[in-house]
Design a binder for this molecule. Structure first.
Ligand code: RIB
Ligand code: CA
Length: 342
């Protein structure tokens, strides 16, 4: 009797092996290679901590910094601070463009403070910058990358990527997609009545990226102005009781005041964190593939993202425009990520 079912044991052993291998391969396949380009910045700091706390899901190849709300030396110092606070000092940071492609720089120390953020003490981080410029790093890395393998998380003005694309247009081959915090349509602008800061700070750069043909996801003010701080959310982060939670609640406590006063919001946005949340859990968001163009001529609509939501122009649908997000889901995810840090 026994010999008739002798085949079962090795069969189950092999099945277990196959399922282990499959899950490992699938798990590894889920891990996303990412370059984060940022202008830290209060909400950039939160986004960087969130991303650096997620090594199982995000293989952060590098952080590249750009001049934005504060000057390049400050945005670069702040990226190094976030890296140190996250305990991820092996991640290289490359400094990039010290100014926009064409237009004059538009700083926002009035919103983000002289240091780029307020609400927590700053110091000179231990680990320095990587040698070489962010633009050269992007060109070298994207040129050599397997086809469409690297995601770019774009948290500030798009100057670095635009300069790299102008110099080496073939680097699109290495880009999986560019997920941009930027733009505004239904919400209106946060710098002018129609323009959002990241696009307004370098409209020509955003236009170069838009016309490069890369796969683009825009996470605009339409959704980030709906994912706001409130007492319960700040408390759920504070209750973590670690350094990361103290840094984030300190930074957001200060950062929120400006937008709440200026726009009469019930809470403060954490714009850039939504890009990282999208990379980790895209199911928290929804949007539509639409045609979008950018106003690059100086004037009252300079830097406007013209989102053809109803397709009236019948032009190519060149961006995935995110319009809705699960605010509590994003905050729960942010809290989960920060809880992994010291
Ligand atoms: O408009 C919001 C964007 O501008 C965010 O990325 C914020 O960090 C600032 O750079
Ligand atoms: Ca930013």
């Amino acid at each position: 009797m026994q010999h008739r079912f002798a085949f079962i044991k090795p069969l189950f052993r092999n099945l277990a092996l196959v399922s282990l291998l499959t899950s490992t391969v699938l798990y590894a396949a889920d891990k996303r290679d990412v370059i984060i380009d940022a202008d830290p910045g209060a909400d950039d700091m939160v986004a960087l901590l969130m991303a650096l706390a997620s090594p199982e899901e995000l293989n952060i190849r590098a952080i590249t910094t750009v001049s934005g709300k504060v000057r390049l030396e400050k945005t670069s110092r702040n990226a190094r601070l976030a890296r140190e606070w996250a305990g991820r000092e092996s991640v290289p940071i490359y400094a990039g463009a010290p100014r926009p492609m064409l237009r004059a720089p538009v700083y926002a120390e009035n919103v983000h403070g002289e240091e780029g953020f307020a609400g927590t003490p700053v110091h000179e981080p231990r680990q320095g910058l990587a040698h070489g410029s962010a633009v050269d790093y992007l060109i070298t890395t994207l040129r050599a990358a397997p086809p469409h393998s690297i995601t770019i998380a774009m948290l500030g003005p798009q100057t670095n990527l635009a300069l790299a694309l102008v110099q080496a247009p073939e680097i699109t081959q290495g880009i999986k997609e560019v997920v941009v915090m930027g733009g505004a349509h239904f919400n209106g602008g946060n710098v002018t009545p129609v323009a959002e800061y990241n696009v307004f700070a370098d409209p020509q750069a955003a236009d170069v990226v838009l016309n490069s043909g890369v796969k683009l996801v825009y996470i605009p003010l339409d959704v980030t102005q709906k994912i706001l701080t409130n007492d319960a959310r700040l408390k759920q982060v504070a209750d973590l009781g670690n350094r990361a939670s103290r840094v984030v609640t300190g930074i957001l406590g200060e950062y929120s005041k400006g937008d709440m006063e200026r726009f009469g919001l019930p809470g403060g946005p954490v714009h850039d964190a939504s890009v990282i949340a999208y990379l980790l859990k895209p199911e928290l968001f929804s949007g539509k593939q639409i045609h979008m163009s950018i106003e690059t001529h100086e004037g009252p609509t300079f830097g406007e993202t013209i989102a053809d939501w109803y397709g009236v122009l019948k032009k190519d649908k060149n961006v995935l425009w995110i319009e809705e997000g699960d605010a509590q889901g994003v905050w729960d995810l942010l809290t989960e990520c920060l809880g992994r840090l010291s």
